[in-house]
Write a protein that binds this ligand. Structure first.
Ligand code: NI
Length: 200
């Protein structure tokens, strides 16, 4: 996909997210909003234990994916807490289906997010949350495949820096097929409801 098309897809995804009515009633016959979207794909990264981790390791599992970075002061920890709480509530309500859901955090800041740092970080949000990092090139590739924009903020003279990045929680199916954006910004209940709606 070229850059222009990728950009257009991002705009469509944003529009879908904006239009999705809050609290709409679940309907199992409904088509997944992202069905057929050119989003997602193969990746090779490194997990929080320093082991190579591939998308194929997730075969048969639903993937709840969020991109961010561990030094993020506000948005990432807020969203990850909501994702963790939403999944935990779903685990209580529907343990068998919830066990099929793998929450994943992918770093857009591979310079600072080493496996050791990610290990500490992800354990704060959900016991099963996997943290993935990689080489700058691996991260560039996976972010592109998953429609995620990120860039280092200009912070001249500062010893630390912030990252700009897309704020998107995405649900993929057992074959890696895109299903829906999850409105984590609306709270844990929205996450639980989205999982209940799409995980079979
Ligand atoms: Ni963030």
């Amino acid at each position: 996909m070229n850059e222009k098309m990728k950009h257009r897809l991002c705009l469509i995804l944003l529009a879908v997210a904006a239009l999705a009515p809050a609290g709409c009633s679940p309907s199992s016959s409904e088509e997944p909003p992202l069905q057929g979207a050119a989003l997602g794909g193969a990746f090779t990264l490194t997990d929080q234990n320093g082991r190579t981790f591939r998308d194929s390791d997730l075969a048969g599992r639903y993937r709840l994916i969020y991109f961010g970075y561990s030094s993020c002061p506000d948005v990432c920890p807020t969203d990850l807490a909501v994702i963790g709480q939403g999944l935990a509530q779903y685990e209580k309500a529907a343990p068998q289906r919830a066990a099929k859901v793998q929450p994943i955090f992918i770093s857009v800041d591979p310079e600072r997010d080493t496996p050791a740092i990610l290990k500490d970080y992800v354990s704060a949000f959900h016991p099963r949350l996997i943290g993935l990092t990689g080489t700058p090139e691996q991260i560039r590739n996976v972010a592109k495949e998953y429609g995620i924009y990120y860039a280092k903020q200009d912070s001249e003279g500062a010893s630390s820096y912030l990252m700009d990045h897309s704020r998107q929680t995405m649900l993929f199916g057992p074959k890696g097929e895109p299903i829906a954006l999850v409105a984590a910004d609306e709270g844990a209940k929205a996450v639980t409801e989205a999982l209940d709606k799409w995980v079979k």
